[in-house]
Design a protein around this ligand. Structure first.
Ligand code: MTE
Ligand code: HPA
Ligand code: MOS
Length: 751
């Protein structure tokens, strides 16, 4: 089945925030951002700006009737600055005007006096100064200190990963409309409608029941709209509340890039210990997460870094500690993988460094230490592993040994071009790491004409979740898809939603749809049994008809619905799903946090031009663990898209803040993202299909985030090519591997 959005997407008819027809009297907002990264506000003069043509009102924190607070995990983030600013771009005021142009013009006229304070942008410096968002956390298995002493090889090093701009095609924005009684309806481009509802209620000082949030779809979120869609929505709601007029704010790209947080950069230390047979016995890592100026989702991101710090390897002795460090950058946030990729990069760096030091290929260490079913992750969950099968299939189906020989052959014949090859196994836990978030609800109505309407808490952001929800209803009710409509996501229909995130949206909401549809189906079968004088067990539905003992009956779906209505049987159901079996004890850092894990292996080959430092990605060949896919088109799209986004993070996307905490890579001219020319010349993809029971919807494993981590393979393939040219290169483990960095690596030498 194709994605149901493809038709309207290709015709330009899909509705995003900016396509909602505006109501008469709509006003436009713009944020006045802090011009400095850290300081004390001496004066904020809005008098002249307030006199500008078209300006209706300028809101500051003084206009907040409720709480000036939008922190999701920790209440440490004001909607608007009061006495201090903590990052460049932090909102100081919200200008509301008759047009967007008038609002932006007035922003320029606001006078701000700030006494500068020292700016921290480096997470290690923040840690030294005691600037931590939350206390550090340590995951422990066995006794790594003792085990290190027994190792034949002990290798230490550092690894760095930079941030990543989400670059959703649709920028952040919201549209709020006043409703009678001082209530507000908000259209928001958010992954978390309930977060918007909750914070709007807190800021306005009214109850959540008076705030309706509605989402049709997003032009991409990638984690950037899990928490950070909230402020714009709350600004609009606040203005609509005061002015009793609709208020819209749709950010310009440069505003969005400058004011929003990104993937958390990490600076990490590692020590890895192996025995003489190359078994990894011990691993120690210290992670310094650059959280930015407030917590946002960083504490949860930090936790997932620890969960994934051993990637798909079994290591019996592990000590991993993570620090969430407060800096004067915009608060960093969720980004596809949610801290997992940052942790996985470090163990891969450790293995590669060990391999180089010992003088064996990294693949030998990687393969030897893949986690097997029954072995334990450092947090106590026991693996049901597809790591080795995926690796083996990659070797067999793609003739990886032949590829390795070709690379060696090429490198022996070419002096100024070198190829590199890498294997990248992945392992990603599915479930929100915060156990209570693993719940969802669905509301299904069958109308009297036999058509069906489905609401869930799932937000469509291009990942195809609406199509999967439709498939669930269609399969359970045995109805063709054209009879089923998936609704917008709305907090008045579905309450207390978890954000669409953690790759778990289809599983959580899909299970709720399945339960709701089955409940309705059970009632319908009872009606059919009584109408047809048959046993319930003999009845099934197929192609919009009731079948009895495998034979079509005269009763059609529409007639069955009519019969149920006449008999006053409910044709609606609201269902709740909570993932079973999850638990986690934060005091011990042990438990069973994930419903299941997703595995896979990517084999990447690259060619480096050793004169210029530029490179091509020749091929990425993937075996991906889908369980049993329910939609091959969508899963392929997610895997290819995730891979390319991961390659972007690892190779070309380079976020640069200056010492004053100002974003220099603030436009697409200075921030390079993968385009069609940067996509690998060949992407091969095969599914590892399994029969085991898992907790995925229709056994079709979550696919949103895990493929991003295949991109890490490109980094190491490039590194291997550099080493083939210059074995004594002193190139470290610092991503992204830009062409500049490749060039330096080609001609640098270890001292
Ligand atoms: N795919 C598209 N096209 N657009 C997106 O914004 N977000 C990713 C992933 N794939 C995203 C995407 C992220 S960060 C997550 S967590 C999942 O989709 C969320 O959706 P799911 O839970 O339905 O997989
Ligand atoms: N993943 C993504 N988003 C989240 C998570 C998670 O584990 N926890 C809270 N928000
Ligand atoms: Mo995805 S980072 O969990 O929105």
């Amino acid at each position: 089945m194709q994605n149901i959005d493809t038709y309207t997407h290709t015709r330009g008819e899909s509705v995003y925030l900016d396509d909602i027809p505006v109501t008469r009297g709509t006003l436009y907002g713009a944020v006045c951002p802090s011009p400095s990264a850290h300081g004390i506000i001496r004066n904020l003069d809005i008098a002249e700006a307030g006199q500008m043509p078209g300006v209706v009102k300028i809101l500051t924190y003084r206009d907040i009737p409720g709480k000036n607070q939008i922190g999701g995990i920790i209440p440490d983030e004001p909607l608007m600055a009061e006495t201090k600013v903590h990052y460049h771009g932090m909102p100081l005021a919200f200008v509301v005007a008759e047009t967007a142009e008038a609002a932006y013009a007035a922003v320029q006229k606001i006078r701000i006096d700030i006494d500068a304070l020292p700016v921290i942008t480096d997470p290690r410096e923040a840690r030294e100064k005691g600037e931590l968002i939350v206390p550090p956390r340590t995951f422990r298995l066995g006794d790594s200190g003792k085990a290190m002493k027994e190792c034949a090889y002990v290798i230490s090093g550092t690894a760095e990963t930079n941030g990543q701009e989400h670059l959703y095609i649709e920028t952040q924005g919201a549209y709020a409309l006043p409703v009678e009684g001082g209530h507000i309806k908000i259209y928001s481009s958010t992954q978390g409608p309930t977060a918007v509802q909750r914070h709007a209620a807190d800021v306005l000082g009214i109850s959540m029941s008076r705030i309706e949030v509605d989402v049709t779809r997003l032009g991409g979120g990638f984690g950037g709209k899990e928490d950070q869609a909230t402020s714009w929505a709350v600004f609009c709601a606040l203005a609509a509340f005061h002015l009793k007029r609709p208020v819209k704010y749709s950010l310009h790209r440069m505003e969005d890039m400058r004011m929003t947080g990104k993937r958390n950069p990490y600076s990490s230390d590692f020590t890895i210990g192996l025995d003489k047979d190359l078994n990894i016995l011990a691993y120690e890592a210290t992670f310094h997460q650059n959280a930015g100026a407030s917590a946002d989702l960083s504490p949860a991101v930090l936790e997932r870094t620890l969960f994934h710090c051993t990637n798909s390897y079994y290591i019996p002795h592990v000590t991993a500690t993570a620090y969430s460090c407060r800096t004067n950058l915009p608060p960093n946030t969720a980004f596809r993988g949610f801290g997992g990729p940052q942790g996985m990069f470090v163990i891969e760096a450790a293995i590669h460094k060990a391999a180089e030091t010992i003088g064996v290929p990294a693949t030998v260490i990687q393969q030897k230490n893949l986690i097997a079913t029954g072995q334990q992750f450092p947090y106590g969950q026991v693996a049901v592993s597809e790591a080795a099968p995926c690796w083996k299939k990659a070797v067999d189906s793609y003739d990886a040994n032949g590829m390795i020989r070709e690379v060696e052959q090429f490198n022996s014949e070419n002096r100024l071009k070198k190829k590199g090859l890498s294997f990248m196994p992945i392992c990603f836990g599915i479930s929100f790491t915060k156990t209570p978030m693993n719940q969802a609800r669905a509301l299904v109505h069958v109308y009297a004409d036999g058509s069906v309407n489905v609401s869930t808490g799932a937000v469509e952001m291009g990942q195809g979740v609406n199509t999967k929800m439709l498939q669930v209803a269609s399969v359970v009710l045995s109805l063709p898809v054209h009879r089923i409509k998936i609704n917008t996501t709305n907090t008045y229909r579905i309450a207390n939603t978890s954000p669409s995130a953690a790759s778990a949206t289809a599983d959580l909401n899909g299970k709720a749809v399945e339960i709701a549809c089955r409940a309705i189906l059970d009632r319908l079968i009872e009606v059919a049994a009584s109408v047809l004088n048959a046993g319930k067990a003999d009845i099934h539905l197929q192609d919009e008809r009731v079948y009895v003992s495998g034979q079509p009956s005269p009763l059609s779906w529409n007639e069955l619905i009519q019969a149920a209505y006449i008999k006053r049987v409910s044709l609606s159901e609201h269902a709740h799903y909570a993932t079973p079996g999850l638990h986690f004890d934060g005091t011990k850092e042990k438990g069973h946090p994930f419903a299941y894990h997703v595995y896979g292996t990517a084999v990447t080959t690259v060619t480096v031009d050793c004169v210029r430092g530029i490179y091509d990605i020749d091929s990425v060949k993937i075996i991906h663990d889908v369980g049993s896919t329910m939609n091959e088109n969508i899963d392929r799209g997610q895997i290819e898209g995730g891979l390319v986004q991961g390659i972007g993070w690892m190779t070309m996307e380079e976020i640069v803040y200056d010492r004053e905490g100002r974003l220099r890579s603030n436009a697409l001219s200075t921030y390079k993202v993968p385009d069609i020319y940067s996509v690998p010349a060949e992407i091969s993809l095969q599914f590892n299909e399994t029969e085991n029971d898992n907790l995925a919807i229709f056994r079709s494993k979550a696919v949103g985030e895990p493929p991003l981590m295949y991109g890490i393979g490109t980094y190491f393939a490039l590194r291997n090519a550099i080493k083939a040219f210059n074995p004594s290169s002193n190139i470290g483990y610092s991503a992204p591997m830009t062409p500049e960095k490749v060039l330096m690596g080609l001609y640098s030498h270890r001292s």
